[in-house]
Design a protein around this ligand. Structure first.
Ligand code: NAD
Ligand code: UGA
Length: 458
């Protein structure tokens, strides 16, 4: 079959895999190839056991793989044979040198730019899909257009807004597609090419365009605003616990103001995931770089409150369990950073496990999808940790349950049965406010929700 366009994506991760599967699914007239330097990841994409769990992903990969969707390790051939190249490599926080702990580590990104230059034999549109500091496209242009040859490159910014756990639905029905370009004739033409691809399934009014710097910055700002809402509600949850106000009631009352809106106002044990903290710290670093220290401080506090919320959770466990956790067995319900994903990157569960182990507690972890990643995260950590898939078995003999991920399966467990096998007094610390607190209290548990009065028998 002759395909209309040949599209490549460099980076077969949580973004590259699902986004390209969706483009292939919606555009059978185009051929889509995803490449990665990690051969085992590519092998998994080519197997029945995909490297990431995402509801609905299996179906669209099965419908397209081998037809117009291909996974490969041939980066050189991929660059040579495709006209549109998405770059979706990881951009973690830098861990060394200047900006360590804050700035984005752009080494993978720059390596990719150099590979594109090295292997290209024809002009290309290069699309920034990764989340990048504002002005990264300038660096990319400098690398790609350094040598004046007949091969030219147009850089576009097309940030991805999908959330894990709902990636397929988010890709299918996005709130918006944002495409930024250089304000030149060829920049506009490149942008139109990408608009045409998305227009295969996204209504035109949802495809918005801007200059390239606004597009790069909008992505980081969107994440910063979402995380800021969570830190705002979590900060108020601490006040609720002191005043007998109920965070769910406050959140509902506040969120019903249409100017505020109701989403991202669920109090929790803190936000996790690979991006919120990384992107805010990146924003903080950018502001510091431009001498905007007050602005930097403002955003850094969003991360500080998130840390505070996790530590508060631990201290609440400690004080309510007679100021010692040593030798006590605590079961963690959930290790993924949110429900419906196996991803555990920056999950509050990692910090909480390590802190509980410092207090010499014994930890039992249960999670329907994330135990493999949990084991990897905790490899080499000292202390007693076990991993048990069945929540009923996991709680046996435990003194407390800490609900850390809002998996539906935890909402409707048989808590009477669970209570009967636990050490008494048995406590539940609900870091997600998903279980029926009154019912568990009536069964006999001491219940400690987030941002609500505790229900205790003593
Ligand atoms: P990831 O770590 O899951 O995937 C990145 C992939 O890139 C890895 O498989 C890695 O092997 C590969 N890679 C790195 N360097 C390479 C190179 N030179 N050549 C080929 N492959 C290379 O990361 P991710 O979660 O998919 O995130 C990618 C980017 O998208 C980040 O900038 C992130 O901030 C952004 N983003 C992520 C999400 C999300 O939900 N995870 C959502 C929106 C945006
Ligand atoms: C987030 C954004 O929602 C996406 O738009 C963005 O594309 C993505 O980051 C990214 O750039 O990586 P994601 O991290 O996958 O997506 O998941 P979210 O649903 O946003 O949840 C993030 C964290 O916040 C989770 O730990 C979640 O449990 C927590 N959260 C979310 C709360 O604690 N309270 C809420 O009300 C909402």
């Amino acid at each position: 079959m002759i395909f209309k366009k040949n599209i490549l994506c460099i980076g077969a991760g949580y973004v590259g895999g699902p986004t390209m599967a969706m483009i292939a699914y919606k555009c059978p007239q185009h051929r889509v190839t995803v490449v990665d330097i990690n051969p085992s990841r590519i092998a998994e994409w080519n197997s029945d056991d995909l490297p990431i769990y995402e509801p609905g992903l299996d179906e669209i990969v099965r419908a397209t793989r081998g037809k117009n969707l291909f996974f490969s390790t041939d980066i050189e051939g991929g660059i040579r044979d495709n006209d549109i190249i998405f770059v979706s490599v990881n951009t973690p926080t830098k861990t060394f040198g200047a900006g360590a702990g804050m700035a984005a580590d752009l080494q993978y990104w720059e390596k990719t730019a150099r590979q594109i230059l090295q292997y290209s034999q024809s002009s290309k549109i290069v699309v920034e899909k990764s989340t990048l500091p504002v002005k990264t496209a300038l660096a990319m242009e400098k690398i790609l257009n350094y040598t004046k040859s007949s091969v030219s490159f147009d850089i576009l910014s097309n940030p991805e807004f999908l959330a894990e756990g709902s990636a397929i639905n988010d890709l299918d029905n996005p709130d918006r597609i944002l495409i930024g370009c250089r304000e030149t004739e060829s920049g506009y033409a490149a942008r139109e090419t990408l608009v045409e691809i998305y227009a295969n399934w996204v209504p035109r009014e949802k495809i918005i365009t801007s200059n390239i710097w606004s597009s790069e910055l909008s992505k980081i700002v969107s994440n910063a605003f979402l995380a800021q809402r969570i830190s705002s509600i979590n900060a108020i949850s601490a006040l609720c616990e002191k005043t007998d106000a109920d965070i769910t009631e406050v959140s509902r009352a506040v969120g019903m103001d249409s100017r505020i809106g109701s989403k991202y106002l669920s109090a929790s044990v803190g936000f996790g995931g690979s991006c919120f903290k990384k992107d805010i710290l990146n924003l903080v670093y950018l502001c510091q770089h431009y001498g905007l220290h007050e602005v930097a401080d403002y955003w850094e506090n969003v991360v500080r409150i998130n840390q505070y919320q996790q530590e508060r959770f631990i201290l609440n466990m400690l004080t309510t369990m007679f100021n010692t956790l040593a030798g006590k067995k605590i079961c963690l319900f959930g290790f993924a950073f949110k429900a419906n994903t196996s991803d555990t990157r920056e999950s509050p569960a990692i910090y909480i496990t390590k802190r509980l182990l410092e207090e010499k507690a014994e930890i039992v972890i249960t999670d329907p999808k994330a135990l493999k990643n949990a084991k990897a995260d905790l490899a080499g950590v000292e202390g007693k940790v076990s991993f048990v898939e069945d929540p009923y078995k996991a709680v046996e003999g435990c003194h407390a349950i800490a609900v850390l991920t809002e998996w539906d399966v935890y909402r409707n467990l048989d808590f009477q049965k669970i209570f009967s096998t636990m050490t008494k007094p048995a406590s539940i610390f609900d870091g997600r406010n998903i279980i029926d607190h009154k019912r568990c209290f009536d069964i006999g548990f001491n219940v400690y929700p987030t941002g609500k009065p505790a229900l205790t028998h003593t």
